[in-house]
Design a protein around this ligand. Structure first.
Ligand SMILES: [Zn+2]
Length: 323
């Protein structure tokens, strides 16, 4: 599926109204951060996502699901080299993946030959069937064995899961390099958001870092499967990479300042959870008592339960002392 020029222009024109529609829920500063105003060159814009250039031949896909268009949902990327193109993430739907592949071809003159999926959650992993297109090769899907097992074991459309049978497994004991000729892409096993996460790094850590859902920006993170102390350590390890651009799993692009804000956010969650734990409070009571510190700005939530999930994850960890 490729999007026609006419559809594309119509979609671009619709974007302003999409942002206007989101406006009532977001403060002016949050809206500015979301809309990418003053950000990098935007090379594509649709109701569900925009694509920003983040280096020569490298692009961040920033999904904008705030208005209810869930074609892609998660952020991702396109990394072009002289001998190949990598797409980061398989997105929420085959249509989203097909759109990303078409954009990769338009921007790098190649259909993607590799796709890296950061973790098993459906908004990152449900779309790989969309990478198959007539006259194009089927890209190699790379993910950890844990991610593959979790995707294959999850409820959902069997046809949509079929591409997962051919995954090239990324071992969890060290990074894997994908040689694209003019650049090397490093796929790094990490943990914290789930039992098995991957980050994607380029140019020896100086290029952009695709963080998967280990990092969120301007959106409160989902702790559904998190081991919070491990998340905290992993986020600090990512923050230490001397990159100028961090692509979060959700929300607008992050720079060093945004990374600091995110670290402060997850630290504030930890502080509240530990305080509540020491006083024998429940996760519900902890969530009730928690507020994002005002100096960290607006952090919107996909789901009103995200504060509770965060506190529950901490309570579970503190109860099990598994860190
Ligand atoms: Zn996600």
């Amino acid at each position: 599926m490729s999007i026609s020029r006419r559809q594309f222009v119509a979609a671009s024109a619709g974007c302003a109204s999409y942002l206007a529609a989101a406006g009532p829920f977001l403060s002016a500063s949050a809206l500015r951060r979301w809309s990418g105003i003053g950000a990098r060159r935007v090379v594509a814009q649709t109701p569900w996502a925009r694509i920003e250039e983040v280096g020569e031949g490298m692009y961040a896909i920033i999904s904008t699901p705030l208005d209810g268009d869930f074609t892609t949902v998660c952020n991702g990327g396109i990394i072009g080299g002289s001998s190949g193109t990598v797409v980061v993430e398989a997105f929420n739907t085959p249509e989203g993946a097909a759109w990303a592949a078409g954009q990769a071809r338009a921007l790098t003159e190649r259909w993607p030959d590799q796709v890296v999926v950061s973790h098993y959650h459906g908004d990152h992993s449900a779309g790989p069937a969309g990478f198959a297109a007539e006259g194009e090769g089927v890209p190699r899907l790379r993910a950890t064995a844990a991610t593959r097992e979790l995707v294959e074991g999850s409820p959902g459309d069997e046809a949509a899961k079929a591409p997962w049978a051919d995954v090239v497994v990324v071992p969890e004991d060290g990074p894997v390099e994908i040689d694209l000729g003019s650049r090397v892409v490093e796929v790094v096993p990490r943990r914290g958001h789930t039992a098995s996460d991957l980050s994607v790094e380029v140019d020896g850590g100086e290029g952009p870092v695709w963080c998967g859902d280990l990092v969120w920006n301007a959106m409160f993170p989902n702790y559904m499967d998190a081991v919070p102390s491990r998340l905290s350590r992993t986020v600090r390890a990512l923050q230490a990479i001397p990159a100028g651009v961090f692509v979060p799993g959700h929300g607008p692009l992050a720079d060093a300042q945004a990374m600091s804000r995110y670290v402060a956010l997850i630290d504030s969650v930890e502080e509240t959870a530990r305080y509540a734990w020491q006083r024998g409070m429940t996760a519900d009571e902890a969530a009730e008592s928690y507020e994002v510190p005002a100096e960290l700005g607006d952090w919107m939530s996909f789901n009103p339960n995200f504060h509770l999930r965060a506190m529950q994850a901490w309570m579970d960890e503190l109860a099990g002392a598994e860190y």
